[in-house]
Each structure stands twice: as C-alpha cells, then as structure tokens.
Write a protein that binds this ligand. Structure first.
Ligand code: SAM
Ligand code: SF4
Length: 435
C-alpha cells in the first residue's frame, strides 16, 4: 500500500527544489498536503537566521500528539538545521527518527529503511559522490509551467554573518550535460519557465568535455530549447557578475528582465567587516552597467540591518544606496547571530535600534516597490499563466518582471503566455485585460 509523506519546506528556493527531489527519491510514498494521517513527516529546514531554526523545534513539538496516536509514524529532519545540529536534534526531540543533511539526500531511501527498522538514522556527511547524479531520475508526469533547477550549490565566499559555507559546503557546479538533460526533460513535461538556482548561481562553472562553461553560456544554450520561453536565475553575488552575463541581459530575449543582486549594506566600512569584497560604489557601477544592457531591468536585493557595530551613519549609507539604486523588490533582515560565524564574536547593535532601522528601511523599500508596480499600469506585458484565480473566470500568472498579474478570461489555460494590458495596481499584484 502507498504510504503518505508530508514534507514541510522552510527557507530558500533551493530547499523547494530539494524537497521535490526528496519526495521523488522516496519510492512507495505519495505526497500529501497535511501532517494528519501521514506515515512520514519530513521537515526541510533553514538555518540562515535563529528564528528560522527555532521554528523547526516548535513545529516538531506540534507532532507529539500525532506520534502518540500513531507510533509507527516516522519523523525526519532534513536541510541546513539537520546539517548544523545533527545529533543535537535527536537529543532535543527524541521522537525524531531520521536526520539528513542537504548533501546526502540520495541516501534517503536507505535512511528511511533504517528508520523503519527502528534505528535512529543520521547522515550529515559531505560525501564524495554527487547527490544529484545518485538521486532517482525524475518521474515523467506532466507538471506546471514553472520549475526550479539547481545548477550550483555551496559557497566559498564566507561572508562574516552567513552559515551557508558551513551547512551547504564548498561551491560545486553540476556538469553542463546534466543540467541540459534535466531542462529538456522539464520542458517535455510542460515547463515553460526555468529558474536556475544556486547559493551563488552566477559563480556557475560547469564542466563540458574538458571545457568550463559560465552561467551566461549555459543560459544561451538553454535559450535554444524551443518550448522553453523564459529563463531566470537566483541568487547572484555582485563579484561574479561577469561581462558575458551582463551582456546576456541585453541580447538574450528569453532571459527575463529581473535580477536579484544582494548588496547587504551601503556602508563600505560594514561591507568590509562583512567580508563582502565589494564596495557600495562598485555595486552601483555594476547596476548601471546591467541597466545599460537592459534598461527596463527590475532589480531586487537583500539587506541586513543591525550588523555588529553598524552605526546610524552606516545605516544612512544603506538608505542612500537604496535611494540611488531604486529597487523594484527587496528582502531585508535584522542581523541574526549564527554560532560558528566570525561575526558572532562581535558586539551586537541593541535590538530596539536594529528593529527601528529595519522598519525605516522596509518603509523605503515598500515605497519603491509600490512605485515600480504602479509604473506598470498602462503597459503591455507578457504573463505566463500559472493557476486559476480566486474569482470565477480569473487566471493568475507572472509578468516578465515577476509581478503577479490577475486576468479575467474564459479562453486562457495554464501554461499560456498571454499578452496583457495592465489596468490596475493593488497592494501585492497587478490586474490586466487580455489583448
Ligand atoms: N548567496 C546569497 C548572497 O550572497 O546574496 C544569499 C544567500 S542567503 C540564503 C540569503 C540572505 O539571507 C542573504 O543575502 C542575507 O541577506 C540573509 N542572511 C544571511 N545570513 C544572515 C544572518 N546571519 N542574519 C540576517 N540575515 C542573514
Ligand atoms: Fe552566504 Fe551568500 Fe555570502 Fe555565500 S555569498 S557566504 S551564501 S551571503
């Protein structure tokens, strides 16, 4: 009999992709949308900020009743908390049967069998073998029009605040042929838009018969797949934004005019302490070059406020950079000290001060985001239809600039690339009419 698998995914898009692959690897299970009645619960976790990690423990606490009601329910923890806290998780939550780090997912079937046999199964190695090549090949079922495709993992940058180099390990790129085969396969099953993923995706350097391909070359090759209509990539580091990739924004029609390019701070003093290896000016100059290649580019970013020793003056420099760059979208976080990272040793900014800065920064970003969205009114855009909307006859999809767009139409189907005139801008989405 098919067993029921419930996966809860936290954190970044790379975890969303990994959860898909883990569900596919666990043969004999069907994925369900609720933990009630599940035979196995798997939490795919995030360790990037303290709050993200704590959420895992409180979620596990909630499963106590389920485990009592059904003693052969298996509970597993995957992802970066599993990698960072391994045995500690089993100690804090004895009902956890299985712990698997992000580089060992291909060993999940074996770990599951051990858990079924009553063992506590733990694997947080960084194995030599490549998990993607060992994972079961993907099923052939038809799927929705958008997909993530991880091409690169890990990071060698060691920003002073970040756990990624420790939880995801050293930077590795998947070989070109594997990426192309997976993309072709996704497209044959209905995918029209692929987002290439990596913690440092623009550091991609995939091997192909003795040659090394950068991300721009990979994108241009993917663009040759006829039925693939759109390509995106995330997340990029400013220092890996090579000339060819900048140029691709101007000459590759399928590469969408949206770029997530985190800067973290606008103060050179703080950037140095963060070990970012770029300055505010070099970032602004880079943005100008990308915008020269693609003038309608919508830029997104990440910011950390309250990094150790950040002064009001440093923070003002961040606000100045935001004013100067003008973001269409951004993510901002209060600094969270992560054990084992260099910044964790340094004196912290008072919590109330950091909260106040976060609010001020978010108010500015919200204004810019809203202005970018409102500026779309009256424009003609392409929308890739992803699902029906809440109203009868309404469909929802994403524009080239990644805005959610609602369209009323009886004729549109999921996967259609519709031409739409934008008529309205709401708090989180646009509305338009079909052309
Ligand atoms: N590799 C990407 C880059 O360099 O921009 C981002 C990876 S990280 C998963 C996503 C974002 O989380 C970072 O850009 C940063 O803004 C934020 N972040 C990472 N560590 C953090 C920490 N200790 N406290 C607060 N935010 C953090
Ligand atoms: Fe973390 Fe990104 Fe810095 Fe790597 S480049 S250490 S993933 S913030």
């Amino acid at each position: 009999m098919t067993k029921k698998l419930y996966i809860k995914t936290y954190g970044c898009q790379m975890n969303v992709y990994d959860s898909e692959r883990m569900a596919e690897a666990l043969e004999g299970y069907e994925q369900v949308q609720s933990p009630d009645g599940a035979d196995m619960i798997l939490l795919n976790t995030c360790h990037i900020r303290e709050k993200a990690a704590e959420k895992v423990y409180s979620e596990l606490g909630r499963y106590k009743d389920l485990k009592e009601a059904k003693p052969d329910l298996k509970i597993g923890v995957a992802g970066c908390v599993a990698q960072a806290e391994g045995e500690e998780i089993m100690r804090r939550q004895p009902m956890v049967d299985l712990v698997v780090g992000p580089q060992s997912y291909h060993r999940l079937p074996e770990l599951e069998a051990r858990a079924q046999a009553g063992e506590k199964a733990l694997d947080t190695d960084f194995p030599e073998e490549d998990k993607f090549e060992k994972l079961k090949s993907r099923p052939k079922a038809q799927r929705g029009p958008t997909a993530f495709l991880t091409v690169q993992e890990g990071c060698d940058k060691f920003c002073a605040f970040c756990v990624v180099p420790y939880t995801r390990g050293a930077e590795v790129s998947r070989p070109v042929a594997r990426v192309l085969a997976e993309a072709e396969d996704l497209v044959s099953r209905g995918v029209r838009e692929i987002t290439l993923l990596g913690q440092n995706v623009n550091a991609y350097h995939g091997e192909d018969g003795g040659e090394t391909w950068g991300l721009a070359r990979l994108i241009r090759r993917l663009a040759e797949i006829d039925e693939l209509k759109r390509i995106r990539f995330t997340t990029s580091h400013p220092n890996d934004m090579e000339d060819d990739l900048v140029a691709a924004h101007g000459d590759c029609d399928k590469l969408m005019p949206y770029l997530h390019l985190p800067v973290q701070s606008g103060s050179d003093r703080i950037l140095k302490r963060m070990n970012r290896k770029h300055t505010a000016a070099s970032y602004i100059e880079l943005v100008e070059r990308i915008r020269a290649a693609r003038p309608d580019l919508l830029l997104s970013g990440d910011f950390i406020v309250g990094f150790p020793e950040e002064t009001e003056e440093d923070f003002q420099a961040t606000l100045d950079l935001i004013e100067r760059v003008n973001y269409g979208q951004a993510y901002s976080f209060k600094y969270s000290s992560r054990p084992g990272t260099p910044a964790a040793e340094r004196p912290e900014v008072a919590a109330a001060e950091a909260d106040d800065r976060l609010q001020r920064l978010q108010a500015l970003i919200t204004r810019q985001q809203r202005a970018a969205q409102d500026a779309m009114v009256g424009r003609e855009v392409h929308v890739l239809i992803e699902k029906p909307g809440r109203l009868p006859g309404q469909m929802v999809g994403k524009s080239d600039h990644l805005h959610a767009v609602h369209v009323m139409s009886d004729s549109l189907a999921i996967g259609d690339l519709a031409r739409v005139r934008i008529t309205d801008s709401g708090p989180n989405s646009l509305a338009g009419t079909l052309l």
